[in-house]
Structures are given as structure tokens and as C-alpha cells.
Design a protein around this ligand. Structure first.
Ligand code: PGA
Length: 263
């Protein structure tokens, strides 16, 4: 089954109003004419309004704004009430956000987010009809100890065992080995493919149909030089891009590489 690739930019804690406007305008120009790859950007939520406005301004191609979807780097499990500092699914929808990153290793590490809590976020997103981008992946120590598959299985099971395999219909998984994030040390295409095949196989134990359609992105030091080769792998359906998503030309090269490889 042909899966449509998805390349998503995770801007992390970077940007300003002016930066957001300028980068979105540049992305619209760079991505003009792309039809074979879904594209999303997750600026800091502070700047979703600027990103939405820049996408909707029609100075350049109106087609392009339709291929760049908005996303967010996090969401809370609660919809409203006394939850100081949190952002809800409904608020994200208000700005047209669609793809919501959950379980990023930086949140698992710095904010002590557990598998169970992340599964609750997954449920909240499904409830709100938003697309979860569930990040999973092992640390360097776990990798060296041969625990990569066990770690990925455990992180997937938190969702599979509470919501069932059908929750992955229309959802996205981002395999991001922690040792590859922001280090310049990407997994090799063969290394990543082996884990992606394991992830798809793990979902297939519950439902082959769900496994066949689920988008599995690779993330971790993806750039304009290594993306094309990663995308030649059959189970790599796109990328979650950090650093290289802050530069429109590099991000566009990655998007176009996915479009070409999966045509
Ligand atoms: P990186 O980040 O591309 O800068 O390694 C990827 C991510 O954390 O999503």
C-alpha cells in the first residue's frame, strides 16, 4: 500500500514573530509546486497565529499554503480549567493546527513525561480529531545494550494496550533515536529501516491493515545531505526535522527528496 510521505519541521524553542513570518513566507516560495509530500511545521505555540496569518496571506501561491499544515510541539490532556500554563487540543484547533507532536524525548527527559501520560495525550488528540505524532526511540545507552526494540515496543504498547491498534489509524509515529537528535549523528538508512520495520511489525501483530497505513517518520539529524538516502528505505515514510527545519532551503530539499523517493 502506498503511503503518502510526511515531512514535519519541529522548530523547538526557536523563533520570534518576525522570524516566523519570514520563514513561512520563504517556505511557501521554496515549496511551490510540491504535490507528492505532506508538509507540516510546528513553531512554538506562541507563534501559531503569525504562522497561520503568513500561510493565509495570498501574496504568493495559494496552492502552497494548502500543502503546509500547522502543528504543535506539545498539548495537554485537559481541555479547559485550572491547569496553569497548559495548552488544549481546542486551542490548537482554533489556530488550524493538525499534527501534534507528543512524547518527544526532550519532554520525556526534561519534563519527566511518562509513557502513560503520553498515551493520555494520544487519546486526547484522537478525541479532538487531531493527528498525534508519537515520538519514540532509545537512548545511546539503551542502544548499546541492545534494547532498541524493547524500548520502542514499550513506548508503543502504552498506546496499544490502552487505546487499541485502531488508534493508529491516521496517526503518525516518529522514530527518533535519542542519540541522533541534534547531534549531527544520524542513524544510517539501514539502521533506521531495521527499527522502522520492527515498529510496523509490532503494530501488525495487532492489525496488519493499521500497520500498512501508519506513517513512520525518522527523526534525528536529518538534513539536506542525508535525507534522500534515508527515504529510499521502504518503511521510512518521511522525517521529523529539528535543526534543518529552521532554514527554508534545507527543509525544502528534504521535502522534495521525500516526494521524489516515494513517487
Ligand atoms: P534534529 O531534531 O533534526 O535537530 O536532530 C529532530 C527532533 O528532535 O525532532
Amino acid at each position: 500500500m502506498a503511503r503518502r510521505p510526511l515531512v514535519m519541521g519541529n522548530w523547538k524553542l526557536n523563533g520570534s514573530k518576525a522570524f516566523t513570518k519570514a520563514l513561512v513566507e520563504e517556505l511557501k516560495r521554496e515549496l511551490d509546486g510540491v504535490t507528492g509530500c505532506d508538509v507540516a511545521i510546528a513553531p512554538p505555540v506562541m507563534y501559531l497565529a503569525e504562522a497561520e496569518a503568513a500561510l493565509n496571506s495570498c501574496e504568493c501561491s495559494c496552492q502552497t499554503k494548502q500543502i503546509i499544515a500547522l502543528g504543535s510541539q506539545n498539548v495537554d490532556v485537559n481541555v479547559s480549567g485550572a491547569f496553569t500554563g497548559d495548552i488544549s487540543t481546542e486551542m490548537l484547533k482554533d489556530f488550524g493546527a493538525k499534527y501534534i507532536i507528543i512524547g518527544h524525548s526532550e519532554r520525556r527527559t526534561y519534563h519527566k513525561e511518562s509513557d502513560e501520560f503520553i498515551a493520555k495525550k494520544f487519546a486526547a488528540l484522537k478525541q479532538a480529531d487531531l493527528v498525534p505524532v508519537l515520538c519514540i526511540g532509545e537512548t545511546e545507552a539503551e542502544n548499546e545494550a541492545g534494547q532498541t526494540e524493547a524500548v520502542c515496543a514499550k513506548q508503543l504498547d502504552a498506546v496499544l494496550n490502552t487505546l487499541g491498534a485502531d488508534a493508529f489509524n491516521g496517526a503518525v509515529i516518529a522514530y527518533e533515536p535519542v542519540w541522533a537528535i541534534g547531534t549531527g549523528k544520524s542513524a544510517t538508512p539501514a539502521q533506521a529501516q531495521a527499527v522502522h520495520a520492527f515498529i510496523r511489525g509490532h503494530i501488525a501483530k495487532h492489525s496488519q491493515a493499521v500497520a500498512d497505513q501508519v506513517i513512520i517518520q525518522y527523526g534525528g539529524s536529518v538534513n539536506d545531505a542525508n535525507a534522500a538516502e534515508l527515504f529510499t528505505q521502504p518503511d521510512i515514510d518521511g522525517a521529523l526535522v529539528g535543526g534543518a527545519s529552521l532554514k527554508a532551503p534545507a527543509f525544502a530539499v528534504i521535502v522534495k527528496a521525500a516526494e521524489k523517493a516515494k513517487a
